[in-house]
Structure formats: C-alpha cells, structure tokens
Design a binder for this molecule. Sequence first.
Ligand code: NAD
Length: 361
Amino acid sequence: MGPWERRVAIVPEDVSKLTSRHIRLLIQSGAGEGSFFPDSQYASTGVEIIKERNEVILLSDVLVMLGRPTEEDVNTARQGTVFVGMIMPSLNHDLANLIAVKKLVAHSLELLPRTSRAQSMDVLSSQSSVAGYRAAVVGAFHSPRIMPMLSTAAGTIRPAKVLVIGAGVAGLMAISTARRMGASVTAYDVRKAAGEDVRSLGANFLELGIDAVGTGGYARELSADEKEKERMLLEEAIVNSDLIITTAGVPGKKAPLIITRRMVGIMKGGSVIVDITAESGGNCELTRAGDTLEYHGVKVIGLSNAQSEAQVNASQMYSRNMLSFLSVLISADGIIVDPNKDELLKSTLVRPQSPISSGRG
Ligand code: NAD
C-alpha cells in the first residue's frame, strides 16, 4: 500500500477470537501504530511481536494484510504460504503471475461474490462506506459554503447543492452523510435500480435513460455512445453543483471518465470535486491520486487515502471481515482448507494473468 497507509489488518480486540481457535498470531512491530494500536496492546493479548517484516513472512503459514504483498514478500515466502488481502490481480498482473510461479496461494477479498454468506467478509463494502463518508466530510471541509439551509436575521442561505455520481456502497454513504449535513443532494447511477436506494435517503435521482446492469448486479461498462450521452446529460447538473462526489466504478476496469476538463472549466468558482476513484484512474479528467489541484477556481481532490484518515474504524471493520474469512479458511482444528472445497475460497483465489489490456474512455 502507499506510504499514507495507516490501517492495520487485525485489531487487538479481535485477537482472542483467533487465539481461542488455537491460531498462533504474529505481528510486525509497529503495524498497528498508525491506527493507535501500539505493540503493547497486541502483546497483552498474547500476540508475538516480530521486528522484521521478512521474519514475519518466513514464520507464517497465513499472512493477513491490507493491500497486497510486495514482490519481495512473495520472493521471501515459503512455498505454500497463503496471502490474504486485497491484491487486485486484474490490475497487478506481474504480482499475480509471480505468486503462481512461486507456488504460493493468495486470496484477494475484493473478488468475493456479493452473496449473503460473503457479506460479513465484504471488504469492499466496509471500506467503501468509510470512503463515502470521508468524501462528504472532506468535500464539505474544502467548500467555501456551508452545507445546510440557514434562516437567520441576516437572511436565508440556501443549502449547498451536492451531486453524487455512482450510487453504490460509497455513493450511498456519501449521500446520507451529505444529507445529514443538510445539503440538497442529487445522485446519478447507470443502474436504474439504484434510484430506489437514492430516494429512500431523501435525495433526488437523475434519470438519464441509461440502464447498464452487467453481471453480479454490478454496472457494465458503457458503450462509447452511452458514455457521450451520459456526459452530455450530466453536464447541467455538474455545472450547477457546489460539491460533486464521484464514486463510479466498474469491477476490473479503469474508472469511467465522466467529468471532463472542459466541464470543470465552466463550473462555478469555489465548487469542489471529491473523486474517490482516483486510484483507479478517476471519474474526473483532472483527478490526480492523492493530490488536490485547483482549476479555474474549482478544487479537484483525488481522494486516495480516505480509509486511512478514518483508520481506527476502517481497521476495526476490515479486521472483522478478516476474522470471518479466516473462519472459513482455517478449520476449527487449525488446518488450512483446500480452496477447491469452498466456493468463497475458490472465488477469491488469485490466478495467473495474461498481459494487461485495459482501455479507458
Ligand atoms: P462499484 O464500486 O463497482 O461502483 C460504484 C457505483 O458506480 C455502482 O453503483 C455502479 O453502478 C456505478 N457506476 C458504474 N459506472 C458508472 C457510470 N458510468 N456512471 C455512473 N455510475 C456508474 O460498486 P459497489 O458500490 O461495490 O456496488 C455495486 C453493486 O453491488 C450494487 O448493486 C450494490 O448494491 C451491490 N452490493 C451487494 C452486496 C451484497 O449483496 N452483499 C454488497 C455490496 C454491494
């Protein structure tokens, strides 16, 4: 993960749930510091603190992490070691191939199916909710306006206009957070079904006449014509918004480009765009991951560390997701389960990849 990563994969309060199942736990010294869980808290629950990362890797049968192992981790690990994290093999081909060459096993939890059995392990949902919340808070902080309507002796201030693009897990959280702050919220998603969720949160849903549902309930990538239509029809809402939060994504693909440089150029000065898809390319043409830039008075914030800025709760949720997954991966008598014996294990297996070919438009 990036240098800004402050989360930890297992929090001290969850340790006993693993040790009670006869799992011996090791942690790299200082891994919890960024989330305010010092080594002493882990040590007091019986976790062995190991100084060097390489040593943790060599001593462990299963390695639980936030993101993905480094190339060095993979080269260090013993044959048969199991990595669990968010490895994103479709974006990290070389790493996926190296894992296979080294005869290691890796489970990437963003590959879990969105089924009720997998819900408690759903890292995408837990971490996206935090990102959606942070996006609304960061956007309000950077806006030169207040979010709610105010009626005072000095006149009436209208509520800020917030547009949320992409109404999945993160988008819905951004909508409810912005609504709680008193903003007037409008949202758009290419899945028509998202309209019901949006309205139930008291926001308006934009109907653009596009319904693009793909497999597993996710959105599919739009055709070139649909993309053009989307940009054209969204332009009015984009230009009239005080704060835009973009969360639109299609699994395994670069984030769709929705807000062009030209559109940013005609937005009102003082408007803010918070793009939580920055790490996968961004929904705004000007987005730079981890950076904030200003273009014609509009701030474009490429939010790439949203979860790490709410790291205490993001770690707690991630840790619960991991416990749930480990309860499937490791049997009650401490044996690592054959991935082919369980559909959740099988679905998360990182497999070798062919060379990258991802487009963008
Ligand atoms: P995501 O992060 O992949 O995408 C975010 C949103 O962007 C999605 O709602 C998607 O429809 C939308 N989007 C994609 N392209 C777009 C475009 N060009 N313009 C506008 N919006 C666009 O998705 P997610 O938040 O992980 O969730 C996606 C789906 O999975 C939803 O249907 C959600 O309800 C479902 N889900 C199910 C479960 C479960 O059953 N356990 C858990 C979580 C999510």
